[in-house]
Design a protein around this ligand. Structure first.
Ligand SMILES: [Ca+2]
Length: 536
């Protein structure tokens, strides 16, 4: 493996930039309209050139695709839509050659109802695998308790053959595993070792806070939103399980993990950070969703980011993301039409200069937007069920826009989801040629992170916490310091960055001609600037 800058360090994941690929939409390698593993291999040079260090791939395992592969029928195989196991091994070796690590998605909360474990489990009430899932007899002729799925429907599915209910946090085709059964843990840990033995570099753990449910299956209190959902998630048994999980990872060199802590708005940094344990005995990283729920306001960003930092244990490490396959794209949250590419550039600076591992969702680096999917094209079952109140999550899962040719260079065939109409302008090819495109900004920032290592490992100190709608912070190691200045305003704003020597220089700006004089910078609307501090 090309070890890269931090290749041999067990801490590589603190320095890395991780790129999230939704494999169905990245690149179609065999011309059937669906993205696949050979497609990802074709684009590895693009990713290496972009400057990322690792890829997290949404699930590639064999699946009936009721929930886009988050319903797994065989944890040890690749779905034929994506290719073969040989393709996967080729991806891993080609990625490693380029110093890019591979992070697999891992869904531990539930399987597909087509998984052999569940087929056995439901075959009879006394099957040895019955207790691998959460089965309950009816209570007074009804469901065992009042728990709801994550979209507010009944979470117990009645099986007429065995006259019992099973529990599912998501779709009924995704029965929840019973993690109180040690056999389930043993089977899953064996799967984890299988992939680690093959050479994957880590896992992203799906809805990891939902694995354990209240032992007595107590009713949830009724209440607005999901604040009432306390008994079907976030159980203390989770912590012991994660300690054991970490021991498995640590028995291999240089592995990592990141957990999705599934919470409704406004996010829950306390809960998320709790899954880091003491910072070295549970997960390596956790996703707290707070930042994606922020308003476009410097003080709001400061408050959320700082709140998360405060919760991170002394030995722990934060991470940040702005978009994903569930929550949608940041471009559509930060404003409707005006100035949104300027805002996207500010977002890029923030993501890539905060202290913490950045996760980039595919396409965000070119400024891809959510696509309004017509009803007839909706693929996400949530969208089909809840239309028109909720159109599903397809909008942020559309094909990557590679160039201005037909289907944006994603596929020869009609893609499985419509390509954004923006593709003629918003695509990799044309943005690579344009100095101030969103893509060029991402590339420059990724290169800066490699040139100035304090952007990876420096402490962070906030100089301006949102006053005048500015965010100013510094990254520092010993006497070396870099100052990041972000203007959230749609107007020129004067920023005071503190006492800096005359040898201080601007090493990056989204705009041309910006100067720093006596610790002051006159910022253009939505300008972002990075200053290397000089001491004299
Ligand atoms: Ca394909």
């Amino acid at each position: 493996m090309n070890q890269g800058l931090y290749g041999v360090s067990p801490d590589w994941w603190k320095h890395a930039v991780i790129y999230h690929i939704y494999p169905k939409s990245f690149k179609d390698g065999n011309g059937d309209g669906f993205g696949d593993i050979p497609g990802v291999i074709m684009k590895l040079d693009y990713l290496a050139n972009l400057g990322i260090d690792a890829i997290w791939l949404s699930p590639l395992y064999s699946s009936p695709m009721v929930d886009a592969g988050y319903d797994i029928a065989d944890y040890k195989n690749i779905d034929k839509e994506y290719g073969t196991m040989e393709d996967f091994k080729c991806l891993m070796s080609e990625a490693h050659k380029r110093g890019i690590r591979i992070i697999m998605d891992l869904v531990l909360n539930h399987t597909s109802d087509q998984h052999p474990w569940f087929l056995e489990s439901k075959s009879s009430a006394d099957n040895p695998k019955r207790n691998w899932y959460i089965w309950q007899p009816p209570k007074n002729g009804k469901a065992p308790n009042n728990w709801k799925t994550n979209f507010g429907k009944k979470a117990w599915h009645y099986d007429a053959a065995t006259k019992e209910y099973y529990y599912h946090s998501f779709f009924w085709q995704q029965p929840d595993l019973n993690w109180r059964n040690p056999e389930v843990k043993e089977a899953m840990f064996e799967i984890i070792r299988y992939w680690l033995d093959m050479g994957v570099d880590g896992f992203r753990l799906d809805v990891i806070n939902m694995l354990f449910k209240d032992k007595e299956l107590k009713n949830n209190r009724l209440g607005i939103f999901k604040k009432s959902e306390v008994h079907n998630r976030n159980q203390p048994e989770m912590y012991e399980l994660l300690r054991d999980f970490r021991k498995v990872l640590d028995s291999y060199p240089n592995k990592t993990s990141v957990g999705e802590i599934y919470t409704p708005p406004p996010g829950n940094p306390d809960l998320a950070a709790s899954f880091l344990g003491n910072g070295s005995d549970m997960l390596h990283l956790v996703f707290d969703f707070s930042l994606v729920f922020s308003f476009w306001k410097a003080s709001s960003y400061y408050r959320i980011i700082n709140r998360f930092y405060k919760k991170i244990p002394a030995m722990g490490w934060p991470c940040f993301f702005l978009s994903n396959h569930d929550i949608g794209r940041s471009l559509n949250r930060i404003g409707w039409t005006f100035n949104r590419y300027e805002k996207a550039k500010l977002h890029a600076i923030l993501l890539l200069t905060l202290k913490g591992t950045p996760f980039i969702y595919y396409g965000d680096e070119i400024g891809m937007e959510n696509v309004n999917i017509q009803k007839k094209h909706i693929k996400d079952l949530y969208g089909k069920m809840l239309y028109p109140f909720f159109k599903g999550r397809d909008h942020s899962r559309t094909p990557m826009q590679w160039n201005g040719s037909k289907n944006a260079g994603f596929s020869e065939q009609t893609p499985w989801l419509p390509v954004s109409e923006s593709y003629a302008k918003i695509n990799v090819d044309s943005e690579e040629k344009e100095e101030h495109s969103v893509l060029s900004i991402y590339k420059k920032l990724l290169a800066l992170r490699k040139e100035y290592l304090i952007l990876q490992n420096g402490d962070i100190h906030f100089i301006n916490k949102g006053k005048k709608n500015l965010l100013i912070y510094s990254r520092r190691v010993d006497m070396e310091e870099i100052i990041i200045v972000l203007n959230f305003n749609n107007k020129k704003t004067l920023a005071h960055v503190g006492h800096v020597g005359e040898t201080s220089k601007i090493i990056f700006s989204t705009h041309k001609g910006t100067k720093i004089e006596k610790g002051e910078i006159m910022l253009q609307p939505f300008e972002g600037v990075i200053v290397k501090k000089g001491w004299w």
